[in-house]
Design a protein around this ligand. Structure first.
Ligand code: GLU
Length: 492
């Protein structure tokens, strides 16, 4: 190992809450490090003071922890390393690779407006590039604080081999003399990024596609410093279903929101790994451990990856069903506590929950859906329209050659009989209940669809629910009677 040891970093800027794209970058770096037995470093690139967002740093760290992506070094904070970048900028000034620029903001704005007006590419017009160091002294003595700009070679090209994109070439004529050090002594992203990647002995830079255009600048900086550059790996873009760039309007994109909506970290890492990487053409389910084993840069895609929320929901459901009922209840409880209406008294009855949980676990795709699937078990009364309540009954009435209006008295009679049956049932278990109710339905001359449909809506307030007789058994005698009575009242 030694010098060949893989060292990668995740280098987020705390300018916003970490979104899927950020964490996919973190995941790929982490997988690459773990696969090669290397080192995963966390570095917070917080030199853009103006764009810093309160709480973003904490959100980054907690999202990484939540997903199980542990780091070996850091977090380093660039804001605590300013002398290092200032020293580096001084070195470049001395070697002639950088120069002081004294242009005022007004002048630069005016220049920019002119460029737009004349439809010219943006970029500094290099006014200060030819000032001599003697001139610098003069200006500095006047108390004008300059920025430091990089002196891009006027001719030639920079070529490099990106491990995903392949050969990439940029003409120097397209690059402008970008700022390295701002007037307030803070470095720009470019300078701090290169100084740190060198200082931290980074071997591979896996980062978002959007940074590809910065790479020639970075390589020129490496050259100017006399540093060996790392390998570059620009990750495929993440696109929405409509192939536009994924953004807020496509639903939750911040990872904290996915957690709040009841997605599991196991599902998130599995799903995110497949955004631009695949092991083969068909395997979809991977534990984090398996991802570590199989991850390789060679299998990264060159084209954009589509973010398919339905697939994520499906996958999350698959993970939810892998847990025991007890585990599922443990995970669902905080969500239920949060999502059930305030009228439901807390703490929730865990034993009661355990009874219904298998039926909910079967259906839920996220923990955030659990309350919606289970609320009728907890509510004091259920709410519904008479339409769905009578739907099957009306069909039966028609079949029997009666008017649709006959459905109501038929339903009232069925409800009365059902209440009797509930009261008299010796065993309140699904199987004997089913026997009893089937026989009762026949006795009343009703189809199973009509009778059970009526009971289902009366008991749950909905037309789709867990199996009816399990539901009756779980609800228990008291709740069932109250709800059937309420249905009868609704009808008369
Ligand atoms: N701070 C940059 C970001 O937020 C890092 C880009 C890079 O990895 O070089 O994406």
């Amino acid at each position: 190992m030694g010098a060949d040891m893989v060292r990668v970093r995740f280098a987020p800027s705390p300018t916003g809450f970490p979104h899927i794209g950020n964490l996919r970058t973190a995941l790929f770096n982490w997988l690459f490090a773990r696969h090669h037995g290397g080192v995963f470093i966390l570095r917070i690139e917080d030199t853009d003071v103006a764009r810093k967002v309160e709480g973003a740093e904490e959100a980054i760290l907690s999202s990484l922890r939540w997903m199980g992506l542990d780091w070996d070094e850091g977090p380093y904070f660039q804001s605590e390393r300013l002398p290092l970048y200032q020293e580096a900028a001084r070195g470049l000034l001395e070697s002639g690779h950088a120069y002081h620029c004294f242009c005022s903001t007004e002048r630069l704005n005016e220049m920019r407006r002119e460029q737009i007006r004349r439809k010219m590419p943006p970029g500094y017009d290099r006014l200060c590039r030819s000032l001599s160091p003697a001139h610098w002294e003069e200006r500095l003595a006047q108390g004008i604080t300059p920025v430091v700009r990089f002196r891009i070679p006027l001719e030639g090209q920079t070529r490099f081999n990106d491990l995903v994109k392949g050969q990439v070439t940029f003409n120097h004529s397209t690059l402008d003399d970008f700022v390295l050090l701002k007037a307030d002594g803070f470095p720009t992203y470019h300078l701090a990024n290169i100084v740190d990647d060198h200082d931290m002995r980074i071997t591979h830079v896996l980062r978002a596609d959007e940074w590809l255009a910065s790479t020639p600048r970075h390589l020129l900086l490496y050259q100017a410093f006399g540093y060996e550059p790392p390998q570059f790996v620009h990750l495929p873009m993440i696109l929405a279903d409509d192939r536009s760039k994924l953004s807020k309007r496509h639903g939750a994109v911040s990872v904290t929101e996915f957690e709040e909506q009841g997605f599991l970290p196991q599902a998130m890492t599995n799903f995110m790994a497949l955004l631009g990487w695949s092991m083969d053409d068909h395997t979809e389910m991977f534990t984090l451990k398996e991802l570590v084993r199989y991850f390789s840069v060679e299998r990264l895609a060159r084209t954009g990856a589509i973010f398919n929320r339905e697939k994520l929901e499906w996958m999350n459901g698959v993970y939810l069903r892998k847990f025991t009922v007890e585990e599922f209840v443990g995970m669902a409880l905080p969500y239920l506590g949060r999502d059930l209406p305030p009228s439901v008294s807390r703490p929730l009855d865990r034993d009661y929950l355990l009874q219904m949980a298998p039926f909910i676990q079967e259906r839920a795709r996220t923990l955030g859906e659990v309350a919606g699937l289970a609320d009728f078990f907890f509510l004091a009364e259920v709410d519904y329209e008479t339409g769905p309540l009578l739907k099957g009954m009306e069909k039966d009435a028609r079949k029997q050659g009666k008017a649709a209006a006959e459905a109501t008295p038929m339903a009232v009679q069925a409800l009365d009989k059902a209440m009797e049956a509930i009261q008299q049932a010796a065993e309140f278990e699904p199987e004997p209940l089913e026997h009893g109710f089937r026989a009762l339905g026949e006795e009343l001359g009703l189809s199973a669809g009509a009778f059970f449909g009526l009971l289902r809506v009366a008991l749950t307030g909905r037309t789709a629910s867990p199996p009816l007789f399990n539901t009756i058994s779980i609800l228990g005698r008291g709740r069932c009677l109250t709800r059937l009575k309420a249905a009868r009242k609704k009808l008369s």
